[in-house]
Write a new protein. Structure first.
Ligand SMILES: NC(=O)C1=CN([C@@H]2O[C@H](COP(=O)(O)OP(=O)(O)OC[C@H]3O[C@@H](n4cnc5c(N)ncnc54)[C@H](OP(=O)(O)O)[C@@H]3O)[C@@H](O)[C@H]2O)C=CC1
Ligand SMILES: N[C@@H](CC(=O)OP(=O)(O)O)C(=O)O
Length: 269
């Protein structure tokens, strides 16, 4: 997939994906579509796919092949203090192609060093690269030197902010729901529909004024991603799935992380 002359690759952070791909290359017959009833190796292959976990909320853009040695891509994180933003920071800080260049959050956090503004919830420590980095307001001018911006913004504000970043010719990869139903915005499930990235030129052309570089790509809801990846693998191996019953229990209380924290503090589980 090429965009602006650069090869785009979706990178998955979980090594299992690569392990499955290696097994597939080493023994393609095990992964070919079986005649029914399925053979034992084919069933095992499907099980392998199911157990393949993907870092479901994280998809990244890399320009791997054209990078001269040592050059890295500047990226920004919007909603950097939030739960999703923290995961972006952990993953990006360890990524070979990216360097975290700018952080954005609300006015409440802007101006503070990251470590002072964030309520860090991860088991790993705050990466050194962001610890003292000052947080900006989520305005495009503070991210002008970023080639890509990853958004973990609260959905209450993500729509307007991400649109403003796109209008400022920035590439936005969003975890928020706001643009998922926009017919011109790719809604990507890793391993399943990366071909939908080809609609980006159309998205740019339809913006007013038309854009040269800016675009938005979204990912699906985390539970959707988690079950679409194995379902797509099963379809590929065995043919169309007629029906599927799925129950997700998201945000059962609706009270979010603060409620979980209160329960921990009060000793209740
Ligand atoms: N696709 C998926 O799989 C998933 C998607 N999500 C989505 O990701 C988003 C983030 O979720 P989560 O990390 O749990 O949320 P949090 O509440 O933990 O974080 C929200 C972030 O948005 C920032 N923010 C809030 N208001 C503003 C504002 N007015 N201007 C600029 N920044 C603001 C906060 O900054 P501050 O700290 O300064 O207030 C914080 O950094 C949500 O849209 C959620 O629905 C979540 C999980 C999975
Ligand atoms: N509700 C999801 C997180 C989320 O906010 O999803 P969405 O981006 O679709 O609102 C969860 O339970 O983790």
């Amino acid at each position: 997939m090429y965009l602006d002359g650069l090869p785009l690759h979706l990178m998955y952070t979980h090594a299992d994906v690569h392990a499955v791909e290696s097994r597939k290359r080493a023994n393609p017959s095990q992964f070919s579509r079986p005649s029914m009833p399925a053979t034992a190796p084919a069933k095992q292959a499907a099980r392998n796919f199911i157990t393949t976990r993907v870092a479901s909320f994280f998809f990244v853009l890399a320009t791997m092949h054209n990078l001269p040695d040592g050059r890295k891509i500047n990226v920004g994180v919007l909603g950097a203090t939030g739960t999703v933003g923290q995961r972006f920071i952990l993953l990006l800080s360890e990524h070979p192609y990216f360097v975290i260049h700018a952080l954005g959050a609300s006015q409440r956090s802007a101006g503070k060093p990251y470590s002072k503004a964030v309520t860090w919830k991860q088991t790993k420590a705050i990466p050194a690269v962001v610890r003292e980095m000052a947080i900006n307001e989520c305005k495009p001018e503070f991210f002008a030197e970023c080639a890509v911006v990853f958004s973990g913004l609260d959905a209450e504000v993500a729509g307007d902010i991400e649109a403003a970043f796109r209008a400022a010719e920035l590439a936005v990869f969003s975890n928020a729901k706001n643009f998922r139903r926009d017919p011109n915005v790719p809604l990507i499930v890793p391993l399943v529909n990366t071909s939908h990235l080809s609609m980006i030129p159309q998205q740019r052309a339809l913006c007013s004024p038309p854009l040269k570089k800016g675009f938005i790509v979204t990912n699906a809801n985390c539970s959707t991603t988690g079950f679409v990846v194995p379902l797509a693998a099963l379809e590929k191996a065995f043919g169309p799935i007629e029906s599927c019953i799925i129950t997700t229990m998201q945000a059962i209380s609706g009270a979010g992380y603060p409620a979980a924290r209160r329960r921990r503090w009060s000793g209740r589980r």
